[in-house]
Design a protein around this ligand. Sequence first.
Ligand SMILES: [Zn+2]
Ligand SMILES: [Zn+2]
Length: 178
Amino acid sequence: MGLVETEIAGHDWKGMLCGCGDSAEHVALDLLRLAGRGPLREPGAVSLEEHVWSPATLWEPAPAVTSVALAALADDVTPRSRDRFLELLHRMVAGEGTDHGSARRGLDLPEVCRTLAVQGLWLLYGEVMSNRSLGAVGTAFEILSVVEPDRGRLHRVREIAADWLPVCCRTGLCDDDR
Ligand SMILES: [Zn+2]
Ligand SMILES: [Zn+2]
């Protein structure tokens, strides 16, 4: 059992309402597949759009999904699976709205996800410095652009990694907080 399975097992998916109106139990299975830990043993093309996120809204399982994505980055997953978890994490921290039920309970889901992602700061910097793939480097840096409270550190790393960062990150084009 790896970190991904351990983290998935630590959340009450059944008790969460998914964006599709069902319980979020299926999201746990989708995440396992995304990690290549499902019955097929290879990363599946799983989309959690309209379940956990949409361009305008995050749903109740979003914070749990954020934690699982961070666990995946610390786990030994394939490069493809790593890319997908990074993209998923990006969706979580770049979210803008909260579903009605969670909002009524006083939750700001994008904010909760960003706070969680800050705990994985050094994992994300590790990803940027690894220069493993242009996609992963860019996504990790863009997540950091959203969540890193220390802008000076972000900009210093941008200089060090300038040779392999995508142009949008290097020039600050994708950073709202320039
Ligand atoms: Zn769903
Ligand atoms: Zn960029």
